[in-house]
Design a protein. Structure first.
Length: 105
């Protein structure tokens, strides 16, 4: 079971199209609740947390790469709107995406 959890966490890390737990579970033919239990037991956090973390890492990479449309990035990362991305990013990084982008240039 631990190997399966590691394989699934790696799949989330490497597949930037993973945006939702239910879609990911269906793609791997797992009930959502089983996926959640598996992650909690062997990863220590839920799959939603892992997906969110990698989405935010993608946002950080994009922000460091130069000027971009935050609204387009939010949509690409599966956020409902730009404000949602900004809230998540700020909660994790301590600064807004725009402030982070300015600091790394």
């Amino acid at each position: 079971m631990a190997g399966e959890a590691v394989r699934l966490a790696e799949a989330i890390r490497t597949d930037r199209t993973v945006l939702r737990v239910d879609d990911f579970a269906a793609r791997h033919d797992l009930p959502v609740r089983r996926l959640q239990r598996l992650f909690m037991e062997y990863v220590g956090v839920g799959p939603k947390w892992v997906i969110r973390r990698y989405r935010l890492q993608e946002a950080v990479e994009q922000a460091a790469g130069g000027p971009l449309s935050w609204a387009d990035l939010a949509a690409d990362l599966g956020y409902s709107d730009q404000a949602h991305l900004v809230r998540d990013f700020t909660a994790v990084a301590g600064v807004s995406p725009a402030a982070y982008a300015r600091s790394v240039r």
